[in-house]
Design a protein around this ligand. Structure first.
Ligand code: ADP
Length: 885
């Protein structure tokens, strides 16, 4: 092994300790990366890879560095790509250090623990997930360090894959820590890894129950976890305790903004599993992660980032308790009716910034003066909003007002920031210019000193020009050489004797005088003192604000709710939504329902439709109609209206009455899940199995065709069996909508009492097909597939030929059917004779058998000559032959 420089041996020590992270090793004005890290960084960040010195293996050491001030620019790019970065700082001034500079890792930045504003392009939450458990019992926790939100749940499920996948889909964490037991569960491990998130398996000790419990108690400063309601939830404690230890180990600083752990359980909310959330495009598109054609996209007209975050959570967790939903609806209605209040509230909200994340950065010690000003400008709106809330009387608004008035120190904080921090502070907090004049006497005195020094220097230039007669004489400053007098070489002969040479340039020379030197020292030391003092003042104000973190977090939640209600109201008015009636009965009645996203795209052309389903007479709507008629749109619109209603939003319909739904199941579209190695048909059947096994009488099922990935007869048989099963499964049937091309299924209406046929009407206009988009009772018997293919631009030659083929098949089918029915008739009429004939035949057979049997058993073999034997055999054979003819 080759001999390393002291700095490099220091580097390798850190690399050993943080082997799973890229080390950003501070060297002067750069963060350097070495070895393999350098190769990765150079490739991912597209920066030059160079070589310097030798690695410990004696080869040239690859090196890639970034200037320290560009950290905010480069770091997020690496983190977003799923890397962990350990920031290794110089812990002492290199000028003052003897030997190698002392360094230390001050923080490990990971995808799930990012807090800097530059890391977030959207206001969405950024969760770190933790999972522990074995067999069928598991604990999960989710922490958003950028907001302080900390949640946990524990559940039993065997196998647990779907449940875990659902939680991941809903929370969308960017990083997951897990116990080795999870990694050992190959199926679970691969399901978690199929999401795009950084997965770390930590040492078992992180999840050790007593250690985990201790770390939670220490973090929250409590003696028992009972107050949080999780003292019995051992897996929740283990997962959450591991999270706290992991975050403390990587962040190495105050985490006091994480001040509560909330336990949630699935039974509090409507269940929307990963598949349904995706299929219905509730919060993200089926393809990609955007929100363009989602309900979130339609509803997210929130004014604040934390409102937007909360809306996303609400949409993926609709409520199931009528009174809670009605309380939300009351609040929306308050604001629908009170236009002026709504306008004003939204105008104030538009000036509120991300209080939740600002607070987290302040507590975390990562804020700058601009954050404080942003907080001040946000808080300034709260008293105005408070006054406006007086006009609203829903239960929720009364509570929200109370919470706002409980936070009495708002004015104090506004004043504190206002007095101390300038209105437009610089980004850096260490280079002065942050603190207002008049805020601190000592600072003002030093500033005066610096100012008079600078004034002296300005007058010095004038004085020296006059004294020397050199008009071009300039007094300048640079960081390395300080203040100087610059004289061009042409004027060298006029340089006075008391000038001392400092630096020679190509066209000029630079000098100083003892007096200039004295003032320079005064100014520089004053400026240094100013910077230090301003930073100290800033830090103390930051700390003072951090003391109100909890109040600020509550305020943020309050503001988010007001934001959502005002948004729901605004949208209800602008888009003509109505308040749904919510009840515990089992019916869903919708008049003039619209699909919230599709209506947006087709504007005035959207055709509203009615819906009437319940668990009794109208349990199962079997919907037929050609492709493109609007079957999927219709079914989804029903589910989306239910979801929106249970979230507390008004809905796109002229009337809606919703009997609570506990879970929406969907089996729609066909996606090959290539990543998990499942074929389309397999995916479809897995989804179907989940529905059939888990739907309760309160659920809503949407089936958009079943069995398309197999042969027609297979598919049809499965589809028919499914309808029968769902129809008969529970005492009261599960509300279901099923769109299908198997027209034969519509016969089921005659046999199953709760099945109702519907179709989406179309009109044939010569060769053309006109989509009427209206759902009407009864079935169709045509698919119009060839017309739709023509509409899609399939060449006429192909569609013509398809028509011929179809005609022939239908003709053949007709003949076959005819033959079959003839046969059936024959069979029916002659059934009895046939049975009689068969029985007769059997009896005759039995007679022969017994005769032969008797003959054989009576033969005395000892007396039988070979000739007799042959004759007997011949006889027997003859009898058999006669009988079979
Ligand atoms: P299907 O499931 O029957 O093949 P879709 O539901 O996918 O049909 O609808 C096809 C297209 O028809 C949609 O993308 C939409 O543009 C339009 N559409 C559907 N329903 C309506 C409606 N009620 N009013 C207007 N346009 C509609």
């Amino acid at each position: 092994m080759s001999k390393l420089t002291p700095a490099m041996s220091q580097y390798y020590q850190f690399k050993k300790e943080y082997s799973d992270s890229i080390i950003f090793f501070r060297m002067g004005d750069f963060y350097e990366t070495f070895d393999n890290d350098a190769k990765v960084v150079s490739k991912e960040l597209d920066i030059t890879l160079t070589n310097r010195g030798k690695s410990k293996y004696g080869e040239k050491m690859p090196l890639a560095g970034i200037p320290y001030h560009s950290l905010d620019n480069y770091l997020p790019r690496l983190i977003k790509k799923g890397y962990k970065v350990a920031i290794c700082e110089q812990l002492e001034d290199p000028k003052k250090s003897k030997g190698v500079v002392k360094r230390g890792v001050v923080r490990v930045v990971t995808p799930g623990t990012a807090i800097d504003s530059s890391m977030f392009e959207t206001p969405s939450n950024n969760y770190l997930m933790s999972i522990v458990g074995e067999k069928s019992e598991f604990g999960l926790s989710f922490l958003d360090i950028s907001t302080g939100e900390f949640l946990t749940t524990q559940f039993k499920d065997n196998p647990p894959y779907d449940r875990v996948a659902n939680e991941i889909a809903r929370m969308n964490p960017s990083e997951c820590i897990m116990s080795p037991t999870i990694q050992d569960n190959a199926e679970l491990y691969s399901r978690i890894n199929s999401f795009s998130l950084l997965v770390n398996t930590l040492d078992e000790k992180y999840f050790d129950l007593s250690l985990a419990e201790k770390s939670l108690k220490d973090h929250f400063g409590v003696n028992t976890l009972e107050g949080m309601g999780c003292s019995n939830l051992v897996y929740s404690i283990s997962a959450s305790g591991a999270t706290i230890q992991y975050v403390e180990a990587t962040q190495k600083r105050s985490l006091s903004h994480i001040n509560s752990l909330r336990i949630y359980s699935e039974s509090e909310f409507m269940t929307l599993d990963a598949i349904t959330l995706r299929n219905l495009e509730v919060v993200s598109n089926v393809r990609g992660s955007g929100k363009d054609s989602t309900i979130l996209g339609v509803l997210d007209e929130t004014m604040t980032p934390m409102g937007s975050r909360m809306l996303k959570k609400w949409l993926s967790k609709p409520l199931i308790v009528t009174s809670e939903i009605n309380q939300r609806l009351d609040s929306v209605e308050n604001l629908v009716q009170n236009t002026l209040v709504r306008y004003d509230i939204r105008a104030y909200l538009s000036k509120v910034r991300d209080i939740e994340r600002l607070t987290a950065r302040i507590v975390y010690g990562n804020s700058n003066a601009r954050d404080l000003v942003a907080l001040k400008r946000s808080l300034e709106n709260i008293p105005h909003i408070d006054i406006l809330l007086k006009e609203l009387d829903s239960d929720i608004f009364l509570k929200l007002r109370e919470q706002i008035s409980n936070f009495k120190e708002v004015e104090y904080l506004i004043n504190l920031i206002d007095k101390a921090i300038v209105d437009e502070p610089p980004l850096s907090v260490r280079e002065g210019g942050l603190i207002n004049i008049g805020y601190n006497k000592e600072l003002d005195d030093i500033r005066t000193m610096s100012k008079s020094g600078k004034e002296w220097i300005a007058s010095f230039q004038k004085k020296e020009r006059e004294r020397t007669g050199i008009k071009s004489l300039k007094v300048g400053y640079n960081k390395v050489f300080g203040y100087y007098i610059e004289i061009t070489k042409a004027n060298s002969s006029n340089v006075p004797d008391d000038y001392i040479i400092k630096q020679t340039m190509s066209n000029s020379e630079r000098f100083y005088t003892p007096e200039l030197k004295k003032w320079e020292e005064t100014i520089i030391s004053a400026d240094e003192k100013i910077n230090t003092l301003e930073y100290e003042i800033f830090s103390s104000i930051n700390q003072e604000i951090a003391n109100y973190a909890e109040d600020l977090q509550h305020t943020s939640i309050t503001i988010s709710k007001i934001d959502i209600f005002s948004t729901f109201a605004e949208i209800a008015v602008n888009k003509g939504y109505t308040r749904p009636l919510i009840s515990n009965n089992f019916s869903i009645t919708i008049k003039d329902g619209r699909h919230p996203v599709v209506e947006h795209n087709v504007l005035d052309d959207f055709v509203p439709n009615d819906t009437e389903i319940d668990c009794f007479k109208n349990q199962f709507s079997l919907i037929t109609g050609p492709n493109m008629a609007g079957k999927s749109t219709y079914m989804r619109q029903v589910a989306l209206i239910v979801i929106m209603a249970q979230v507390g939003s008004f809905v796109p319909a002229s009337y809606a009455s919703i009997g609570i739904v506990d879970r929406v199941f969907t089996r729609v579209g066909a996606f090959d899940d290539l990543a998990s190695g499942q074929s389309t048909f397999m995916v479809e059947m897995v989804e179907l199995a989940n529905i059939l096994n888990n739907a309760s009488e309160r659920s809503l099922i949407l089936l958009d065709e079943i069995g398309r990935g197999t042969s027609t007869y297979d598919g049809y048989s499965i589809a028919k069996a499914v309808v029968e099963y769902i129809h008969n499964k529970n005492k009261v049937g599960v509300r279901s909508l099923f769109a299908t091309h198997y027209h034969q299924l519509t016969d089921l209406e005659n046999n199953l009492e709760r099945v109702k046929n519907y179709h989406i009407a179309v009109k044939e206009d010569g060769e053309k097909l006109v989509f009427l988009r209206k759902i009407v009772p009864g079935s169709t018997d045509k698919s119009y597939g060839i017309q739709v293919a023509r509409l899609a631009g399939v060449p006429r030659k192909v569609t013509q030929r398809a028509k011929e083929i179809l005609y022939n098949i239908e003709k053949e089918d007709y003949l076959v059917e005819k033959k079959k029915s003839n046969f059936k008739r024959l069979a029916k009429n002659e059934h009895k004779q046939l049975i009689f004939a068969v029985e007769q035949e059997n009896n005759e057979k039995n007679d022969i058998h017994s005769t032969i049997f008797k003959e054989l058993s009576e033969i005395n073999i000892n007396e039988l000559t070979p000739l007799d034997a042959l004759n007997k055999l011949n006889n027997i054979q003859k009898k058999i032959k006669d009988q079979s003819e």
